[in-house]
Ligand binder design. Sequence first.
Ligand SMILES: [Zn+2]
Length: 355
Amino acid sequence: MGRLARRWARLLPACAAALLLMGCAQLEDAAEEVGRAAVEEVSKELLGTLQGRAPGESGEEQGNPGQHAESSGMDDETEAQGVQERAVSGILEIHFLDVGQGDCILVKNGEHAMLIDAGNNGDGDQICGYLREQGVFKLDYCIGTHPHADHIGAMDDVIRNMEVGELILPDKIHTTKTFEDVLDAAEEKGLGIMTAAVGDTYACGEASFVILGPVEDYGDDLNNWSVGIRLSYGGTAAVFAGDAESAAEADMCGTGLALDADLWKAGHHGSSTSNSPQILDAVSPSYAVICCGEGNSYGHPHAETLEEFRERGIQVFRTDEQGTVVAYSDGEEFSFSCEPSTTWAPGTASGGEES
Ligand SMILES: [Zn+2]
């Protein structure tokens, strides 16, 4: 029996009870009036409610329905279909860890947490230590945006030292030892791999995120394979797109998915090959956080990117100058652990290979 069939089988008694309560006759009348499509919509909403998801969120693509339902606590706050904003009661924390030239972002909401990337190969102790300090021993999700070593370097250590619900990766294999280490760690822990699929929605406590990319097959251009997500919490949102460059950013803009957000994780460590005017128009952020290493060999962040941010009035935070940066959302607005950077100083080195 397929996954979907099993889910239906499990839910049928609950559906039947709920339909009885609603009154089947009433539902049949409604069907005559508005047609089968509308009834299907009602059923979908009901299913969504029973599974703890908001109406309109697709469930079929999700790999582990039990966990998604368990992770979501939004039933009571669920609003009308199409309205994504939900009331929240706690604080969403987004920690941009200072791992030098690399990305590692901890998202935390109450007892729920997820990690976007895990720095370089030597960062395992630092990252796991930081997570423990934060009281995080279980990650609902680990997202490895793309197979470069400055993003998945210590993901194997994280998988071995933490309880991980789901590992989300782009549908792109890579032949490096770093990448194979991640697969080995996942296998050791019996952790399945979820392929990022555009439009899939996941819940993490009172927050939720939708997959924005990768949209296309980008061949061997690993940066463009980056998993992009839009994380929303109450009326606030943040967009993360790994190292996706302008072509992949343009594709994300073409999906029709909402991109507007308060916070933009600067693409590709602030490189001018990412952070295109098109994506910045679509996201229209108030804040940008640049994850990069002091004196990195790529000259990140690039002057063009900083100029683009400055012209748009975007407040900039950067891990090379400020160390680990934490953003807090109460569902209405973001605040930060430090004041924005005002140096507008680009990286000085150049000539390194982009990663
Ligand atoms: Zn990178």
